[in-house]
Every structure is written in structure tokens, then in C-alpha cells.
Design a protein. Structure first.
Length: 117
């Protein structure tokens, strides 16, 4: 089985998927970050395809960067500038060829993540 990576974003403050969040994926090697791909969440809060497909999968350390500032502004949750959360980086390791799912649960003042299925 080849590995791959998926993600999704849920707005816990509004109780719905977060549509329109830009997500960037980087591979991390020591202090260097290499851009891999970028996607935007659909109405279900998911990317239309894996952000790291099977053909590109390699074990290692990765970072997903969720650009949520525009989402908060567009949904009327932004408040005063500067925003408390503009970008949310999540760094994690993938050490086996498997499906990794790294979701983001967010609100304007907090977030959480976990390894999903």
C-alpha cells in the first residue's frame, strides 16, 4: 500500500465545514522547507484530492500551513486587526506508507488537530 495525505477544516465556532481555506504543504528537512503543493477547501471543508497523493508520497517530516485569516474575515468572525490567528502551521511526521489524515478544527481564538482516518 502506498501512503498519501488528506486534510479537512471544520469551523467549531460556527459548527460547519470551513470553505475557502488555502492550505500549503511543505516537506521539512532540518531547517529547510520545500514547497510541495497547495489547495483550497471545498464546501465540505476538504480538498478535492489528497494534498499529497500516492505518486508523491515519501516518509519524512511535513508541515501543513492553513491560511485562515481570509476565511475569518469572509465569515464575519475576524474582529479587530491584527487577527489572533492568521496562519496555522502544523508540523508532523509520516513514518510508514499509510493513509495519513491531518484535520484542523478551528475557531477565531483556538484550534486543535489529531491524526484522523
Amino acid at each position: 500500500m502506498s501512503g498519501y495525505l488528506t486534510t479537512h477544516v471544520l469551523d467549531t465556532a460556527r459548527g460547519c465545514p470551513a470553505e475557502g481555506v488555502k492550505i500549503s504543504l511543505y516537506r521539512v528537512d532540518e531547517d529547510q522547507r520545500e514547497f510541495i503543493s497547495e489547495a483550497v477547501t471545498n464546501p465540505d471543508g476538504r480538498t478535492d484530492s489528497p494534498i499529497l497523493p500516492k505518486e508523491q508520497f515519501a516518509m519524512g517530516i511535513y508541515e501543513l500551513v492553513f491560511s485562515c485569516g481570509g476565511y475569518f474575515q469572509g465569515s464575519g468572525q475576524a474582529g479587530r486587526l491584527p487577527l489572533f490567528l492568521e496562519e496555522i502551521p502544523i508540523r508532523f511526521g509520516m513514518n510508514e506508507e499509510n493513509h495519513y489524515h491531518v484535520p484542523l478544527l478551528l475557531s477565531p481564538y483556538g484550534y486543535s488537530t489529531y491524526r484522523g482516518s
